[in-house]
Design a protein around this ligand. Structure first.
Ligand code: OGA
Ligand code: NI
Length: 354
């Protein structure tokens, strides 16, 4: 990883000692969804647990989630092999302006101070997106994957893993819908032509972990994120109740689920997307795999009709998810000195009523 100076965070963003996970995010056992009869509703208790986790935390762990552990272990092993290669090898599949998938490290995106390297892939290959933030809906382009030659099982292990995570993502969306008082399949159609992607994160050991972060504080822009973190740990969540950073304890074979900003808009802020970050450590390499569940580019994101009314007027203006995505991708490359476009840009405030 280049010079440490390039990664030093402003003092207010450095990791103070986070609180322990004693009073941490809830763990939800999903086994009831596999035991319920086809066509019948999910158990009320499970739906209730989802509702309270989403309201109080915006984050929860899932266990007995149906993803076979061996598929997760296979992609984790392939990721270690891939990142273990020389920089030169890895950069053969580097991300570039025309190609948003593949390998990149913070050297290639100088505006980011994250102590990590990543590999990105899209779930739908090709993924259809607007050609630019300005283009109208007619002008579309495709994002495709690129694959490393080594290790040979990399591609297949990613594909298998993504299929499983997609199934889990849909189950979680059914639970989320029920927890908001909607029908189970309410969200399904948004994911035809989804723009979801998988990001494999590698956080190398850092000589001065107290000066930097693996990934700085941020919110995830999508619908929801399902994260596999390894046994090293480092994920921290900003607790809604008091703003304290809480460490998320690694639990073998569990996933960490968090609400993205689209769900915040859809639910008209009943569920909020919560800030999180990842610390690094001085001794061990850490890996995590994030599945970002994103809707179709053609989705106009706005508070759901059923969830607004005279007592609860919409808190957001509609926005095009495709344009949002195109904007984000562009600012990743142009090294612009402007902030990324945020969901909060679409918030309706008294000062900004239109
Ligand atoms: C992310 C993220 C946390 C982690 O990639 O969006 O929040 O623990 N990662 O790797
Ligand atoms: Ni994140």
């Amino acid at each position: 990883m280049g010079d440490l100076e390039d990664f030093i965070q402003a003092p207010e963003h450095r990791p103070k000692l986070a609180l322990s996970h004693a009073d941490g995010i809830p763990t939800i056992d999903l086994s009831p969804i596999f035991n319920s009869l086809p066509g019948s509703d999910f158990p009320h208790d499970l739906v209730h647990q989802i509702a309270s986790a989403c309201t109080e935390w915006g984050f929860f762990l899932v266990v007995n989630h149906g993803v076979p552990p061996e598929k997760r272990h296979r992609i984790e092993a392939a990721a270690r092999e891939f990142f273990g290669q020389s920089l030169e090898e890895k950069r053969k599949v580097r991300r570039s302006e025309g190609l948003v998938t593949g390998y990149f490290d913070s050297e290639l995106t100088k505006n980011v101070r994250d102590w990590k390297e990543v590999f990105d892939l899209v779930v739908e290959d090709p993924t259809i997106v607007p050609a630019s933030p300005e283009s109208d809906d007619e002008e579309l382009t495709q994002w495709t994957n690129q694959w490393p030659e080594y290790p040979p099982e990399f591609r297949e292990s990613c594909k298998e893993y993504v299929e499983e995570l997609e199934k889990l993502g849909h189950k979680l969306m059914e639970l989320l819908a029920l927890s908001l008082g909607l029908s189970a399949k309410r969200f399904q159609h948004y994911f035809k032509q989804q723009t979801s992607f998988l990001r494999i994160n590698h956080y190398p050991p850092c000589p001065s972990p107290e000066l930097t972060l693996g990934v700085g504080r941020h919110k995830d822009p999508g619908v929801l994120t399902v994260l596999a973190q390894d046994d090293v740990g480092g994920l921290e969540v900003k607790r809604k109740r008091d703003g304290e950073w809480i460490r998320v304890k690694p639990v073998p074979d569990s996933f960490v689920v968090n609400i993205g900003e689209i769900t915040q808009v859809w639910s008209n802020e009943k569920y909020e997307s919560v800030e999180h970050r990842a610390t690094v450590n001085s001794k061990r390499d850490r890996y995590s795999i994030a599945f970002f569940f994103y809707p179709s580019h053609s989705t106009i994101v706005e508070p759901l009709e059923e969830l607004i009314g005279p007592q609860n007027p919409p808190k957001y203006k509609p926005y095009s998810f495709g344009k949002f995505l195109a904007n984000r991708k562009r600012s990743n490359f142009k090294k612009l000195n402007v902030d990324n476009i945020q969901i909060s840009d679409f918030k309706i405030s008294p000062a900004n009523p239109n």
